[in-house]
Design a protein around this ligand. Structure first.
Ligand SMILES: [Zn+2]
Length: 339
């Protein structure tokens, strides 16, 4: 979860806001690419159900804050002080599912006392950041600058699940791109606001801050050798979910920890902006946090995903939505410093 603590030393143009992201228990939300509505027949490559078809209707076509987008080289730099606490994204075991559109992952156990409003800084895998630069007026990319920053100081984001996007070549596959540079895969860590009991409740609330997604670019490079060890528990077991299923999960009794992907440097940068789900119904209720530094993976890593099959038995080789219009939205880039 992301915990938002309005420890607000409000003086002039500065605010101090703490965001804690820690692990929380899994729960199940249908069979979407993490998030799509039940029964929707959308797809990515077939013109009859692809992104330009009626299967991606309504908000997907008419919305003004759609995702993904191309992130600029020169975004707004955030001027104020914010603390960003990222908790552990580790599970002692996990379950994964091929839902016909992605690999959906949920942790099965609380790793280390992850509940409670404030994560313990000494916990393994707890990432404790101060984020420099943050405007405090309206139109903020972060939810805690909406109504939550004052009245609901205990609000936070709960981690729900993870899933991936990829393509049929190593130079495409991510949903977000940096200017014209796209990557081989994109990992999404999906959260919902703690005010709601579930993902579905958060979405149905209509709350524009209902969800937060952390995105990590995964890029094939020789530096990854035989593969990224973070993904190994998934890649080594992915053959078990070759066929898609709406209700079957494979339980993997091995630890899985995404945390190292968020701490590759002592000062990572994060893009943020207000966007949408990247799958129908494309609800415009997502605050995006896109880590700037791509993570090295091997060709073998991404290749393993390309042998999954969709609900029609076809190889699932493309599951990334095209870039959407930015429509003048503010895009922020924050340097994230260790406290
Ligand atoms: Zn996604």
């Amino acid at each position: 979860m992301i915990f938002i603590c309005t420890n607000r030393r409000y003086s002039g143009s500065f605010s101090s806001i703490l965001v804690f992201i820690t692990f929380t228990s899994f729960w199940n939300y249908g069979d979407g690419v993490g998030l799509h509505r039940e029964g929707n027949d959308y797809c990515y490559s077939d013109p009859e159900c692809g992104p330009d078809s009626d299967s991606w209707g309504d908000t997907c076509q008419t919305g003004l804050r759609q995702s993904p987008i191309s992130l600029p080289h020169r975004p707004h730099l955030l001027p104020d002080v914010t603390a960003l606490h990222l908790g552990s994204y580790r599970g002692d075991a996990f379950r994964m599912q091929n839902n016909g559109r992605t690999v959906h992952i949920e942790f099965l156990e609380q790793p280390n006392h992850g509940h409670g409003p404030r994560p313990q800084n000494h916990r393994p895998n707890h990432l404790n950041f101060v984020q420099n630069g943050f405007p405090i007026h309206a139109q903020m990319p972060f939810p805690f600058l909406g109504r939550y920053n004052r009245e609901e100081s205990s609000a936070y984001y709960k981690f729900d699940s993870a899933h991936f996007h990829w393509g049929n070549r190593d130079d495409v596959g991510s949903e977000h791109c940096f200017e014209d540079r796209c990557f081989s895969m994109e990992l999404h860590l999906v959260h919902h606001l703690s005010n709601y009991d579930s993902m579905s409740e958060a979405l149905e609330s209509g709350d524009s801050n209902a969800l937060a997604v952390i995105a990590v670019m995964l890029d094939v490079t020789p530096a990854a050798g035989h593969g990224n060890p973070v993904l190994a528990p998934i890649v080594n077991n992915i053959f078990q979910i070759e066929e898609s299923s709406h209700d079957e999960h494979v339980y993997i009794n091995q630890p899985l920890d995404f945390s190292p992907l968020l701490a590759t440097t002592s000062k990572p940068f994060v893009y943020s902006y207000k966007g949408s789900l990247t799958t129908p119904d494309c609800d415009e209720q997502v605050n995006w946090f896109v880590f700037k530094k791509p993570i090295a993976i091997s060709h073998r890593d991404v290749h393993a995903f390309r042998f999954l099959r969709d609900s029609k038995g076809n190889l699932l080789r493309e599951n990334h939505r095209p870039i959407q219009n930015r429509n003048g939205r503010a895009i922020f880039l924050s340097a994230v410093k260790p406290i």
